[in-house]
Design a protein. Structure first.
Length: 88
């Protein structure tokens, strides 16, 4: 019920195996690498700016080597002008 009205929700529950909220950079890279169909876009929305930038560089390096097109967007890029560190 929402504001006194019954609303039918047409949704399904999906399970994502092999993913942990406590994963480190290697775990996250392996999670993407093991996907049957690699994503064309990844949005990193958690973690500090340096960690996001490092994971972005790692994902892009893997994608380039594997011949996949991949766009990685950082959540910190959406913030109020937060400066990202340079990753060599």
């Amino acid at each position: 019920m929402l504001e006194g009205q019954r609303i039918d929700i047409r949704a399904r529950v999906e399970t994502v195996n092999g993913y942990s909220a406590h994963a480190d950079q290697l775990d996250l890279l392996n999670f993407v690498r093991r996907m049957r169909y690699p994503p064309r876009e990844v949005r990193l929305v958690h973690g500090d700016a340096h960690a996001q930038a490092a994971l972005k560089a790692t994902l892009q390096e893997w994608a380039e080597g594997a011949g996949h097109e991949l766009e990685v967007t950082l959540g910190v890029e959406q913030g109020a002008g937060a400066a990202l560190p340079e990753i060599a």
